[in-house]
Ligand binder design. Structure first.
Ligand code: DGT
Ligand code: CA
Ligand code: CA
Ligand code: ZN
Length: 580
């Protein structure tokens, strides 16, 4: 078993234990172990096989986990996981994703009312059977009904970053089969959509049954739903479905193009082909010729995507663009934008330290930025309104800025800006006085409270903040948490117009749970000339690794490096925000 596969097993154990309300330390031990194993460069099998070494020498691996790793390496399964899975029906886990339910309530709903799916939960709430349970009430029932709308989405659509962990493990597992020559994940995952309905795996193999057997043996597979000559579908323990298609090499590019989608993009590609007497299918591009009253199809392309697009007179499109939005207009003009990449990013302008709710010091965050090749950062802890996070008042903030100055003087390769993430108060106005904000290099305005206000009220608050001359950027402009919390009811068109008028920047928050602005509004910002800043909002040094998720979303919005402010060299960025 590979490290990724072992890590996936421990992740599942942690999920299931959490559901059972097991000791949180135990849950964390598995989660932590999974993370450490996932990051390990050396195969666990090699360490275990070396008589001179012990698995327990690894950080995060105690005696218990070491034994379980040994079992997994020897047998490929873990009796504990099998047992846990037997105790908990797959559908019940999804109940705990409903806001207001949680693992404990999910267990009660299952035990007392036999509920094991979202549909059953909805029915029970509507029939008012839930309010009678101990620890529930009419109010809880109402909350659950509201949360169900969110969770019904969440139950079927997984966040991209979560899907990626599955994808990494799956690809590594499949690479173990020598008959597999080419391997790609297609579908919405390849297009970088913020959530994924199911995974679409495409394989070119010399031995189809061997490839399918390998697929079925992926440790996360819970059930094989269908297996045919070229197609197979499985459901993973997490509930995620994976479709496999095995195709010959001469069709691999065509199938990849077809199954990457989007459907709307493909409809246009096929339409264009038809006009040229061609047919595009998942098997290839064919020339259609009428011969003796019959039409004959001749294969002309299909090995690679480039070949397929070229055959119909189109450029190869980065998958993130394939949504039938602007890409065909760009192609007609002969100018696809060169999408921003992670390597283009030079600064990170939103991060927290131990001064508020971060876990690391200013120095540690700057060192982490240096290690990631960044050349500037802004330290932006919370302001005092966020009392839960020990937000800073003017005095504490000024003291922190002296520290920032000191760190900045000692750092000759990373510039450190004195910043603040200042709350926009519920009643309107900024949480810190203008004379304090005036001393900052970089001011972020954020809404954290009063998210349920009316559209009028919340929009006005934000517009007022954007009028403040000290404010540089609006953070996470809609406040949504994917699958968890709806965006607040803000009129983004007015916000964008104000950003143009007052020359403010808008954030694309790279946290995989946030990712707002979304792709459509990133594209709107580009049209309006509003610079986007992609920030990690890191609360610890590892939190800086999420930058790439933000970059992916920006690419879906069609943004180039020029559209993203923090791709600029520091001096230019500083100029943009009105600094000297
Ligand atoms: P998802 O799974 O909901 O996140 O979104 P996709 O885009 O991955 O959709 P999926 O898994 O249903 O299908 C993968 C791709 O296969 C899709 O983007 C285009 C192609 N495809 C699937 N079904 C059809 C169809 O009925 N007609 C056409 N033209 N293409 C299809
Ligand atoms: Ca899919
Ligand atoms: Ca699919
Ligand atoms: Zn923040």
């Amino acid at each position: 078993m590979t490290n990724q596969e072992i890590a996936a097993v421990f992740e599942q154990v942690a999920d299931l234990l959490e559901y059972q309300s097991a000791n949180p330390f135990r849950v964390r031990a598995y989660r932590n172990g999974a993370k450490k194993i996932g990051e390990l460069a050396e195969p666990l099998a090699a360490i275990h096989g070396d008589a001179a070494r012990r698995l327990t020498e690894l950080e995060g691996i105690g005696k218990d986990l070491a034994e379980k790793i040994a079992t997994l390496l020897a047998t490929g399964t873990l009796p504990m996981l099998v047992e846990l899975q037997a105790q908990i029906p797959a559908g019940v886990l999804t109940l705990s994703r409903v806001p207001g339910v949680g693992p404990k309530k999910a267990a009660a709903l299952h035990k007392e009312l036999g509920i094991s799916s979202l549909a059953e939960l909805r029915a029970a709430c509507e029939e008012q059977r839930v309010r009678g349970l101990k620890g529930f009430g009419a109010k809880t029932e109402e909350t659950i009904l509201k949360g169900l709308a969110v969770a019904e989405e969440a139950g079927v659509r997984m966040r991209w970053a979560d899907a990626e962990r599955v994808v990494d493990a799956l690809l590594e597992h499949m690479r173990g089969e020598p008959a597999i020559k080419q391997l790609e994940i297609a579908g919405s995952f390849r297009r970088g959509r913020e959530t994924i309905g199911d995974l679409d795996l495409l394989v070119d193999a010399t031995d189809v049954p061997a490839a399918m057997d390998r697929f079925g043996a992926f440790p996360q597979v819970q059930e094989t739903l269908a297996r045919g000559d070229t197609k197979m579908t499985v459901r993973l323990a997490s509930g995620l479905q994976v479709d496999l298609r095995v195709v010959p090499a001469e069709s691999f590019g065509a199938a990849l193009q077809y199954f990457t989608g989007s459907k709307d993009h493909n409809v246009i590609v096929r339409g264009r082909a038809k006009q040229q007497g061609l047919k595009v299918s998942d098997w290839g591009v064919f020339r259609i010729e009428a011969a003796e009253g019959e039409s004959k199809e001749t294969y002309i392309a299909g090995r690679t995507e480039e070949e397929v697009y070229a055959a119909v007179g189109l450029p190869w499109f980065p998958p993130e663009m394939r949504e039938a939005r602007e890409e065909f207009n760009w192609a007609a003009a002969g100018a696809l934008p060169t999408l921003v990449t992670l390597e283009d990013i030079r600064g990170d302008l939103h991060m927290h330290t131990t001064a508020s709710d971060g876990q690391d010091s200013i120095e540690a965050m700057v060192a982490a930025a240096r290690a990631r090749g960044l050349s500037y950062v802004a330290i932006t802890d919370h302001s005092k309104r966020v009392s839960m996070a020990r937000g800073l008042d003017g005095d504490r903030l000024r003291r922190q800025w002296r520290e920032v100055d000191q760190v900045n003087r000692q750092s000759d390769d990373v510039e450190v800006l004195k910043g603040i993430e200042c709350d926009i108060l519920e009643k309107g106005g900024m949480d810190l006085p203008d004379d304090v904000l005036a001393e900052a290099d970089w001011v972020i305005a954020s809404v954290h409270y009063g998210q349920n206000q009316s559209r009028q009220q919340i929009t006005e608050r934000i517009l007022e903040a954007l009028e403040n001359p000290h404010v540089d950027m609006l953070a996470h402009p809609t406040g949504r948490l994917i699958n968890r919390r709806e965006p607040y009811d803000v009129d983004l068109d007015r916000v964008m117009a104000a950003a143009v008028k007052h020359r403010k920047l808008l954030e694309l928050n790279a946290n995989p749970a946030r990712l707002d602005l979304n792709d459509v509004y990133c594209a709107a910002a580009k049209r309006l000339g509003i610079p986007i800043v992609i920030n990690t909002d890191a609360h610890h040094t590892d939190g800086m690794d999420v930058m790439r998720f933000g970059v992916l979303q920006a690419r879906r919005g069609g943004l180039t490096a020029a559209n993203v402010a923090n791709t600029r060299p520091f001096a230019e960025f500083r100029q943009l925000i009105g600094g000297e």
